[in-house]
Design a protein around this ligand. Structure first.
Ligand code: AMP
Ligand code: GLY
Length: 422
């Protein structure tokens, strides 16, 4: 088969690495990819949100399957347009991707189908939003309705700060994305990211991982796309999986189908494990990044037949995937300054040496090849994944690869990934 993968992050390198191992894949193409993906796929320099160029590429090259990695092309309707051309594509339609692209859409769905989540209100009017805020207790949870690159959630500690934030939201802090604002009750507990592959009616549970969203150690500093991940997630045992499938994932899938927007693709549930059981924080309509990297390393089965079964609506008959029991840790190396301003273009050495260490696989994110050199080309730059018999062995191996093999003075990483699981 000829497979086209869309995206350029660590998530897509992990997907490309896994798909390249499938005996069913004859040709793997990635747009736009990165320096690491270029080692396992043919790269086409078209950005993931350049929908018209992507459509022209597929028209010309007639891929057998298109796999969409990031959220932007989903929200822009790439899947719908490819389907209209008769192309097989793994990912949700624009309407179904609203589970990620509109927080109000998801909260209203939860409300209609009794899916456990935080109490909330949705507002387009500042005065009404402020009145609702007064009925809540701190810390306050304010969310821009639309996509805001992971930055659209703020948790002010006082009513004054919350009111000031609300004013900023409504004066266009996140552009159109914050013209509508969701205000929520604050939930206490540990977080987990859980993934299921869906075909519109059947959900195949994958596994859970834990992400580290803040930039610095001990969960300090600004929110990022994710500075590291590990799996298994100790808070997410078999009982939690059963509960989440029964009370959150399946009712979502059934509700979406009933509402005429069946969901096909990866359903990524951000969960809060509260004392009253698991509750939904938010949905994403794709794999997580950096979570996907640890999932792909633990996945022993071929990924492609699962994606195909989802695309044709036959997950019901697809055997459950097999997973390695051995924990995997992913430590993200980011450019100094990320998630704020950072420089591009510095050389990264030692990736090959790190990859030669047993148990280590380095996935690229923002990198660019310059003849034999690898240059930094983004905020999150490398994902150093390591597998071990124990979480400690995996953590030690990842940091050993970073300290002894990789040479990149312009990068930084958190030193406490998976610490809470040790
Ligand atoms: P989201 O982008 O919706 O996942 O939110 C980003 C982060 O904000 C989450 O990972 C949580 O740490 C936090 N958060 C969001 N909603 C809530 C909530 N209702 N209660 C507590 N924390 C929340
Ligand atoms: N790691 C969180 C996300 O992919 O949105």
């Amino acid at each position: 088969m000829k497979v086209l993968l869309i995206g350029s992050g660590g998530r897509e390198h992990a997907l490309a690495w896994k798909l390249a191992q499938s005996p069913m894949v004859d040709e793997l193409i990635c747009a736009p990819g990165n320096a690491g993906i270029a080692e396992v796929a043919d790269i086409v320099p078209i950005a993931a949100d350049d929908i018209l160029s992507l459509l022209a590429l597929v028209q010309r090259d007639q891929h057998d399957l298109v796999v969409v990695g990031p959220e932007q092309p989903l929200a822009l309707g790439l899947v719908d347009m490819l389907q209209d051309m008769g192309v097989k594509v793994f990912g949700p339609t624009q309407a179904a991707a609203q589970l990620e692209s509109s927080k109000a859409f998801t909260k209203d769905l939860c409300d209609r189908y009794n899916i456990p989540t935080a109490a909330y209100g949705v507002f387009t009017d500042l005065a009404e939003a402020k009145a609702y805020l007064k009925t809540m207790t701190p810390p306050y949870v304010l969310k821009a309705d639309g996509l805001a690159a992971g930055k659209g959630v703020v948790l002010p500690g006082t009513l004054k700060e919350a009111e000031a934030e609300l004013e900023e939201f409504f004066s266009g802090k996140f552009g159109d994305a914050s013209a509508k604002v969701v205000i929520e009750e604050f939930m206490h507990g540990e977080e987990a990211s859980f993934f299921a592959i869906c075909d519109g009616k059947t959900a195949m549970p994958l596994i859970a991982a834990q992400d580290h969203k803040r930039a610095f150690d001990d969960d300090k500093g600004p929110n990022t796309g994710g500075m590291g991940a590990y799996s298994p997630a100790p808070v997410f045992d078999d009982k939690a999986l059963k509960t989440v499938m029964k009370t959150i994932i399946q009712p979502t899938l059934d509700g979406m189908a009933k509402d005429g927007v069946p969901f096909t693709g990866v359903l990524f549930a951000g969960l809060m494990m509260t004392k009253d059981g698991p509750k939904l924080i938010e949905y994403n309509a794709r794999f997580g990044d950096p979570e996907c990297q640890v999932l792909m390393r633990r996945l022993q089965s071929d990924l492609l037949p699962i994606l195909i079964a989802a695309e044709v609506g036959d997950l019901e008959n697809c055997p459950a995937p097999k997973w390695s029991k051995d924990p995997v840790v992913n430590v993200v190396l980011a450019a100094k300054g990320y998630p704020g301003k950072y420089a591009k273009g510095s050389e990264i050495k030692g990736i090959t040496a790190a990859n030669e260490m047993e148990g280590v696989v380095v996935f690229h994110a923002g990198t660019k090849a310059d003849s034999a050199k690898v240059l930094a080309n983004g905020g999150r730059v490398l994902n150093v994944t390591a597998q071990g018999k124990t979480v400690k062995a995996a953590v030690d191996l990842a940091y050993q690869a970073i300290d002894e093999a990789i040479d990149w003075p312009d990068g930084f990483c958190r030193r406490d990934i998976a610490k809470s699981a040790l």
